[in-house]
Design a binder for this molecule. Structure first.
Ligand code: NDP
Length: 332
């Protein structure tokens, strides 16, 4: 069985030499465990933070050990009650072909409800992040004008569509290519979208939201956050979900130069971690499954085939090569 190890801590952008695909033996599962053949694993932006040796909300990856993260697989041997050979499970031991998983950390998923990979994206952690971040953290209400950055990604694409479905007065998104911008407007039903690489974000946002914004869902930070502060109406609310523009920085990024606007506009900037919102999961799955079935909510996945391309998928994600959820498939 092959698995990806972190072998050096990246400085700035990750390099191929920082990772190694290694061969390891597969053993029978011990008491209370299941052996899973992984079918898909997730690469996510937060994993970049786990490659640094710093104390954070998730522990750093250890050097010369397998990396981990969300994965979907099929049980091929079970030594745990309630799990049978052939069951499909969601679990936390990705980046490898075979996973020896404690049953209490495995959740059965139903491939007849949705394609299995959806449990890593639209019906999984990124989808819940969008749902909780918009409806709970940002206190979204009908009639709000919503701006989301990283809008063609796993989280952002869901934020914009959920806002539209729930009656936003205007939904604006930004993304890094003209194709993505087209997708936002033509497929996802955004009212306006722009390519942040085509000109200053503040100016493009002003044009896209002439009456200002009430909610900003931040996946990017930096220039985007500054632009949102400028465009906010009074009592605006920002969900600070991610700051991907700075994950590979080697020096601290400057703060928003216009932060003082929070005073006069009485803004609320609220950070979030999806793990705090598991109580919303049942309602989230019910709502999203319904919206997918009715065709109101669409999603994309970028699927990279083969474990040997795990590193490529991860840096591709940081570079914006994905549309929707970036997934590595081991099904071939
Ligand atoms: P995405 O699917 O959105 O993929 C990342 C995207 O980021 C890329 O496709 C790229 O799109 C964009 N990007 C990369 N560099 C930049 C840049 N310099 N400026 C602007 N955009 C950039 O990933 P996710 O949906 O999984 O995650 C989105 C954000 O949400 C991340 O910041 C992540 O850390 C955060 N997150 C936070 C969680 C929490 O609990 N707080 C949980 C899950 C995610 P483009 O082509 O448009 O540049």
């Amino acid at each position: 069985s092959r698995e990806w190890h972190l072998v050096a801590r990246p400085h700035g952008w990750p390099k191929a030499e920082d990772f190694a695909l290694r061969e390891v033996p597969v053993s029978e599962p011990g008491e209370g465990r299941v052996l899973v053949r992984n079918l898909y694993f997730s690469v996510d932006p937060y994993m970049r933070g786990r490659m640094n040796d710093v104390k954070s909300y998730t522990p750093p990856f250890q050097l010369d050990r397998p990396m981990d993260g969300g994965a979907i697989g099929e049980v091929i041997a079970s030594n745990a009650e309630g799990f049978a050979v052939g069951d499909h499970v969601l679990h936390g031991l990705g980046w490898r072909e075979y996973a020896d998983v404690p049953a209490k950390h495995a959740t059965k998923v139903d491939g007849s409800v949705a394609p299995l990979s959806a449990y890593l994206g639209v019906l999984g952690m990124p989808g819940l992040t969008a749902y909780a971040g918009l409806f709970d953290v940002a206190s979204f209400k009908e009639g709000d004008a919503v701006f989301v950055s990283g809008a063609a990604g796993a989280v952002g694409s869901q934020v914009g569509q959920m806002a539209r479905i729930k009656g936003a007065s205007r939904v604006i998104g930004s993304a890094g290519s003209d194709e993505k911008v087209k997708l936002l407007v033509e497929e996802y039903g955004f009212d306006a979208a722009f390519n942040y690489k085509s000109g200053p974000v503040a100016q493009q946002l002003k044009e896209a939201a002439p009456d200002g914004i009430d909610v900003y869902f931040d996946n990017v930070g930096g220039e985007h956050l500054e632009a949102a502060l400028s465009s906010f109406n009074v009592h605006g609310r920002a969900t600070i979900c991610g700051m991907i523009a700075q994950y590979n920085n080697t020096e601290a990024a400057p703060g928003p130069r216009n932060l003082a606007l929070v005073i006069g506009k009485r803004l609320r900037l609220q950070g979030m971690l999806v793990n705090d919102h598991n109580d919303l999961a049942p309602q989230f799955v019910k709502d999203v499954a319904g919206w997918i079935a009715s065709g109101e909510l669409k999603y994309n996945e970028t699927v990279v085939e083969g474990i040997e391309h795990g590193y490529d998928a991860f840096v591709g994600l940081l570079r914006g090569e994905n549309t929707g959820k970036m997934i590595v498939s081991l099904t071939r």
